[in-house]
Design a protein around this ligand. Sequence first.
Ligand SMILES: Cc1cc2nc3c(=O)[nH]c(=O)nc-3n(C[C@H](O)[C@H](O)[C@H](O)COP(=O)(O)OP(=O)(O)OC[C@H]3O[C@@H](n4cnc5c(N)ncnc54)[C@H](O)[C@@H]3O)c2cc1C
Length: 430
Amino acid sequence: MADSSVADVDANALLDEANSTSEAQGEPQFTLELNQDQKDIRDWVHGFAEGVVRPAAEEWDEREETPWPVIQEAAKIGLYSFEAMGQFWADPTGLTLPVANEELFWGDAGIGMAIMGTTLAVAAIFGQGTPEQMGEWIPQCFGTADDVKLAAFCASEPDAGSDVSGIRTSAKYDEAKDEWVLNGQKAWATNGGIAEIHVVIASVDRELGSRGHAAFVIPPGTPGCEQGAKVKKHGLRASHTADVHLDDCRVPGSCLLGGKEKLDERLARVREGKKAKSQAAMQTFEASRPTVGAQALGIARAAYEYALDYAKEREQFGRKIVENQAIAFDLANMKLEIDAARLLVWRAAWMGRNGHKFENAEGSMSKLKAGEVAVWVTERAIQILGGNGYTREFPVERMHRDSKIYTIFEGTSEIQRLVISRAISGFHIK
Ligand SMILES: Cc1cc2nc3c(=O)[nH]c(=O)nc-3n(C[C@H](O)[C@H](O)[C@H](O)COP(=O)(O)OP(=O)(O)OC[C@H]3O[C@@H](n4cnc5c(N)ncnc54)[C@H](O)[C@@H]3O)c2cc1C
């Protein structure tokens, strides 16, 4: 005992010293306790999710339409705005963004995606644009509280989903006019065709595969950028998903994110066989994975809470169903998995925000775990509600449908495992 208390004192002294050194160096302290700003934002988003999003969830899922009035409400309170997104992103711990997403998607995932779908395009502009491009295009992605707009990020194509190197949409430079001419078909674009701003990933050199990709902003109303078929979906039905057709779509040279000089330099490096920085689509997905994981967590937590309350009320065989270990242990496991997934999401968000490289694909781990937890937890929630769980009278059925996309978009579970296994092994696992 005496030895261990000496060790404790020494450890505490060391910890204090380490903390004061890093404090002196101005490094943020590691803590899992949210600060007051983060708690305020969490409670603010939660209030909106509970008061506005949840009551509207069933209606917009059934209508399978973009819930413009709800997005407008979000814009009115400043939640749907580039200022709010900037504030969430600016938090040096990286946690505000996942915390806000979890709360919003706890309200409803379809409406949550209708509100947050814009941020994928914003992440692309933010990640690859010049400061001037960010200043010009990011505010336009949101519009204003009186005139709300959406944005779309278009990478996937009918024959290029997991394999983005298969992208066929081409961008050719017309030097005489300083314009890029885009041709091709994009598939499954969230907000595709109804967006004010489309960010399109196109190939400027097919021979270079994904290393020959670049990202372009398509300004509002550009001729040759049209919505194709709207997709009817299993879940996330309040979020609009559609094909986007690009037919001789001409955009000014300034719409190439990052600028032509940077692109030419990158292509020259690739052609010389040198390593180039990660590709346009991949960069965007890397940055957004922990946030997407947080959305899945929100769905999982909502289903778990609903199932827990139900199990404490519903009686069979003269007792509450939660008094059966079979049900109680399921609920314990649901809570356990959700909390474990949240730790992975927070770790990846913190790493991403603080410039730590995902050496072991921590971003992929967070999205993979949270997505699979959401599918499993929502399925268990249906089971706990029995017949009621299977009906549209109770929300866990919708939550289960909504959760499934989280093992598919932004990299399927198989692709996340591929990324993780390559990172940990150093082998090019196929
Ligand atoms: C609702 C919704 C919204 C979307 N929003 C957007 C958006 O806003 N922007 C955008 O660009 N895209 C979007 N997508 C597209 C989405 O990112 C793709 O559907 C996803 O990347 C998977 O591609 P795929 O559908 O072509 O599947 P495929 O790539 O054809 O995969 C089919 C199956 O094969 C497996 N597979 C493929 N390759 C391998 C491999 N090497 N090893 C093991 N298994 C493999 C996959 O894991 C999957 O199980 C959206 C899709 C949906 C449904």
